[in-house]
Design a protein around this ligand. Sequence first.
Ligand code: DAH
Length: 337
Amino acid sequence: MEQMDTIKSAALAAIEAAADQETLAAIRTQYLGRKGSIPDLMKQLRTIPPEQKRAFGQQVNELKDAVEAAWTARAEALEAARDGATAAAFDVTLPGEWRGGGSLHPITQLTDRAVEIFQTLGFTVADGPDIETVFNNFDALNHPPGHPARDVKDTFYLDDPNLLLRTHTSPVQVRYMLSHPPPIRIIAPGRCYRRDTPDATHSANFHQIEGLYVGRNVSMADLKGDLSHFAREAMGPDTRVRFRPHFFPFTEPSVEVDFSCHVCGGKGCRVCKQSGWIEIAGAGMVDPNVFTAVGYDPDEVTGYAFGMGIERIAMILFGISDIRHLYENDVRYLAQF
Ligand code: DAH
């Protein structure tokens, strides 16, 4: 009986003092485990006189229950304390760390917007490869032999002298007409390459959007109407459009297309260099020689075409002073747009 009392007070004191679950587990092994002191007492039952066996057994069981109960209570208390500490260390009201969302590159934004606008006019998107044939890039587009744009100083040729990196998106016109009968209405955004020395306004690769509309009785009035619609949608409802006579080998007549300045509305400012106008595109009526090169009958169909430089427009619209900012991919810079 004395031994039981000693075990009981020692066990209860140890349980009370246990500061963590490991200590508590060790105490369990020590007192309640298979070779622990309480089961040990049970083994003494054999040595107890028969008339005391019952009382002894009862006592040991009571001891076991008491230690077991104290142990469970302490284990639960420790568990609750740990949860409380975790909750206190984790402040759910603290603001999260903002990692920043991605944004579309200005070139992509502008391309998407232009494509969207022309799609509402019934244009579909056409595509061509960056590596082109000399035929698609120059011959079929009515560039005579010896035309300066063909020079190796201006154009990147591949080892195969019939292949080059396209210098404009106009070869997509050729590809599309070679593979589709008229009427057609396509818009073709893409990357272009020229042997330019990089500076604030030049880059050896850049982007254009090509447009081509071929059918019966397509006229310069369609060109002006469609580009005016584009101007108002892209730059604002008050934007005006003007055509200036120009020359391109693949269009006749050819024009350069200006939009009224979106900053000053045409009065003249720094952005439009006081002219009130911003040069946006080259355009014109498809030259009959181009139709012949792709197997269209120039007596049956007419068409207009245009091409615009996306970087130029992005720089004007977003006020970007150096074209190289568009390719350095500094997200701090690009995220502004
Ligand atoms: N390809 C011309 C260039 O890169 C732009 C251009 C002008 C495209 C007139 C056209 C066009 O389709 O009709 O300078």
